[in-house]
Design a protein around this ligand. Structure first.
Ligand code: HEC
Length: 155
């Protein structure tokens, strides 16, 4: 969105901006209804960052999917290739993408490890930790999409 103001160079101003984003995000979460599976936070993140390609239901029918060279896979069927429960570390590493791109070169899927907290003053440990927490919540959500009875009961 071009209407969003870029955060200035001052570290303290950036911190303030980040804090207000966190507050707005928390307020949004408080207002949302809990979904059938996975956490509200996970569903929210998925809707904001993933659904444009993977579809709200994770099956790959998002509005951007048709324009991609590689079609986004059906994320509700990840267990068929990775087993259930999903291998957390492998899923997290793929979503983060920084190592993946180092090893295999550019990919169509965004490198979320860079996108999340882009423009952050970094690299204090807190930034890496909150990046990991965000990805962790998304991996939980991917697990909740697998549709197994035990997965739904797990939470
Ligand atoms: C711009 C479109 C796009 C967006 C947005 C997107 N993805 Fe993807 N995703 C893809 C494509 C295309 C693939 C296929 C692998 C590739 O990139 O070559 C993929 C693959 C995946 C895979 C691996 C599936 C497998 O078969 O191993 C996972 C997991 C995944 N995405 C999760 C996510 C999550 C979580 C988000 C949101 C944080 C997200 N994706 C956002 C396009 C996207």
């Amino acid at each position: 969105m071009s209407g969003r103001r870029r955060v200035g160079p001052s570290v303290s101003r950036r911190r303030v901006a980040l804090a207000s984003v966190a507050v707005a995000f928390a307020a949004g979460l408080a207002a949302a209804q809990p979904p059938a599976g996975g956490s509200v936070a996970g569903r929210d993140l998925f809707a904001s960052y993933c659904a444009s390609c993977h579809g709200l239901d994770g099956r790959g029918g998002g509005p951007q999917a048709a324009g991609l060279m590689v079609p986004p896979p059906d994320l509700t069927r990840l267990h068929e290739r990775y087993g259930n429960p999903l291998p957390r570390d492998q899923m997290a590493a793929f979503v983060d993408g920084r190592e993946d791109v180092e090893a295999h070169g550019p990919r169509e899927m965004p490198v979320w490890g860079e996108r999340f907290f882009e423009g952050d003053p970094g690299p204090p440990r807190g930034v890496e930790a909150s990046r990991r927490r965000t990805i962790d919540v998304l991996v939980d959500y991917l697990q909740s999409l697998q549709g197994f009875e035990e997965t739904r009961l797990r939470r």
